[in-house]
Design a protein around this ligand. Structure first.
Ligand code: GSH
Length: 224
């Protein structure tokens, strides 16, 4: 099995963490997003979306980090993707919520436009408007995550056990660290992210990402 990946990518980090935590045998193939390798051969033909991550399990190619996590958890029969109908539905619900409501505003409207030239809007006014829109949307969803999905007692997003929703969500939420978000207004999110960061392999999996975040430390960003 091979994982085509980049260590800073938001979609890649949860998959790498899941593989590392569960000791899943998997070869990593680096697709260097910094040099545009995702748009060049041989990767471009393997994945027409030209994005990472992509899993290749003996010729079965699978994209979408959420789908990859579900596939791996099922393949290795791991409890982090429960078999119980309602527990599984809850995990799916939280993952879909993270991928649509939360990621759209937080990632695509707030964080990415401030970091990556190809996410910049065409005029100054449109760019500032996008970031303001992203900030207000992100604050709305962070409040839902903090107060309702997590609440005061929960260690994990779907209850008292770690699920693939936690892996998935931790990649998207920690993305805020690239623009200096510390989530101090959201104590339940801070507690949950702290639990994720105490996983055995978090530090090694996120080493390159942490270096990127440290390099941005003195820059000015609009934050939540
Ligand atoms: N929905 C996809 C998103 C994949 C994605 O956007 N990957 C980014 C890195 S996080 C990428 O490959 N970007 C390269 C590019 O935009 O050219 C997933 O969750 O796997």
């Amino acid at each position: 099995m091979k994982l085509y990946m980049h260590p800073v990518s938001t979609g890649t980090r949860p998959v790498r963490l899941f593989i590392a935590e569960n000791n899943i045998p998997c070869e990593e193939v680096m697709v260097d997003l910094m040099t545009g390798a995702q748009r060049q051969e041989p990767y471009a033909s393997l994945n027409p979306s030209k994005l990472v991550p992509m899993l290749d399990d003996e010729g079965f190619r699978l994209t979408e980090s959420s789908a990859i996590l579900k596939y791996l958890a099922d393949k290795y029969e791991l409890p982090s993707y429960p078999r119980d109908l309602q527990q599984r539905a809850r995990v799916n619900e939280v993952m879909d919520w993270l991928n649509t409501q939360f990621y759209r505003d937080f990632g695509y409207n707030l964080v990415y436009p401030q970091l990556f030239p190809h996410h910049k809007r065409r005029s100054k006014e449109a760019h500032a408007g996008c970031i303001e829109w992203g900030k207000s949307g992100a604050r709305r969803w962070l409040e839902v995550l903090d107060q309702h999905i997590l609440g005061a007692d929960k260690a994990w997003l779907c209850g008292d056990t770690l699920t693939i929703a936690d892996y998935y969500g931790s990649g998207i939420v920690s993305l805020g660290e690239l623009i200096g978000c510390d989530f101090s207004d959201y104590p339940n999110i801070q507690r949950w992210l702290g639990n994720m960061k105490r996983l055995r392999t978090w530090g090694s999996v996120n080493e390159v990402f942490d270096g990127f975040a440290a390099g941005n430390r003195d820059k000015e960003f609009v934050r939540v």
